[in-house]
Design a protein around this ligand. Structure first.
Ligand SMILES: [Zn+2]
Length: 251
């Protein structure tokens, strides 16, 4: 009888000591990055591509000895596996810009089930891995919206969640002049570091706001680097050879 009680107690203690899956996830919950840490760095980030302005954005960046960070979706403006989009993703990677995940279909991740969430992350990581050979170490949730479930899934996938400390306003409908003014004011405040939100999908961002932003920030002595560089961290979890296209490359 006593032995049975002791055994029951022992099993109860053992049982409670074993972490559940959710507890394990909570322990590796992703950190949320809202600013750069390396002084005098500016990380220009571009969301919602791959899209057709990437080549001209690259030209502006390269002309200023700058690199940027692209948070790509799997299926937003077309499918990431289309010939044009896969080429854009590979181009960004090959040019030394940082390639990161904006998850699959630009959904509000806080509305999804755990399985749906995992799928939004996994399909994007798989596509980026196939196209570039690299697995991203950083992601940005669409709309900057996240909850603990998002952080748990990101953490389990060893990805950091990146938000921003400056929004150009290009996706919120403010005028191009107002976007440029925001950058002018940012430069005059001259914070130690800058982590900007822009979108790859607006012509005005590529041709008007970005050149102005770089001119303003350059005059203040910032170095234009990737998000990973502005944190002193690695951009990818692993890097390998890209895969050859197969029939599985579909959305
Ligand atoms: Zn977005």
């Amino acid at each position: 009888m006593l032995a049975a009680v002791v055994l029951t107690l022992y099993l109860a203690v053992l049982g409670s000591a074993l972490p559940t899956d959710q507890e394990l996830e909570r322990r590796q919950r992703a950190s949320v990055i809202t600013r750069c840490t390396v002084p005098n760095t500016a990380a220009l980030t571009f969301d919602d591509g791959p899209f057709n302005y990437i080549y001209d954005i690259n030209k502006v960046l390269k002309a200023n000895n700058a690199v940027g960070t692209f948070f790509f979706n799997g299926r937003n403006y077309g499918c990431i596996y289309s010939a044009d989009n896969a080429k854009r993703v590979k181009f960004a990677y090959d040019q030394g810009h940082q390639v990161a995940s904006h998850t699959w279909a630009h959904k509000d991740l806080t509305t999804l089930s755990r399985d749906q969430l995992t799928s939004e992350f996994a399909r994007t990581d798989e596509a980026i891995k196939r196209i570039t050979g690299a697995t991203p170490a950083f992601m940005r949730p669409p709309y900057g919206k996240y909850n603990n479930a998002v952080l748990d899934v990101a953490g389990a996938r060893k990805q950091s969640v990146v938000i921003w400390d400056f929004d150009s306003g290009d996706s919120s409908g403010i005028s191009v002049a107002a976007q440029k003014t925001r950058y002018t004011q940012l430069a005059s405040r001259r914070p130690s570091t800058v982590l900007t939100l822009n979108h790859e999908t607006y012509a005005s961002t590529a041709y008007d706001v970005l050149p102005h932003a770089i001119k303003q920030l350059r005059a203040k002595g910032y170095k234009f680097v990737t998000v990973a560089q502005c944190l002193g961290r690695a951009p990818y979890q692993n890097v390998g050879a890209p895969a050859a296209r197969t029939a599985a490359w579909t959305c």
